[in-house]
Ligand binder design. Structure first.
Ligand code: ZN
Length: 54
């Protein structure tokens, strides 16, 4: 089970998820599915989101 890199809670990745797919976590963070050595992982999506700033 992957964990949200922002809030640390578990994130359920759909079995048919593909790398590049975006998942919105319960905390409101948009996560991107990435593949690492055949295992699906999650990272914070840093694409074009107008309200996604630091
Ligand atoms: Zn989260």
């Amino acid at each position: 089970m992957a964990k949200c890199p922002v809030c640390g809670l578990e994130v359920r990745i759909p079995e048919d998820a593909m790398p590049g797919e975006l998942i919105e976590h319960d905390c409101g963070t948009l996560l991107e599915v990435v593949e690492d050595n055949g295992v699906l992982q999650l990272r914070v999506f840093e694409g074009d989101m107008e309200d996604w700033g630091e």
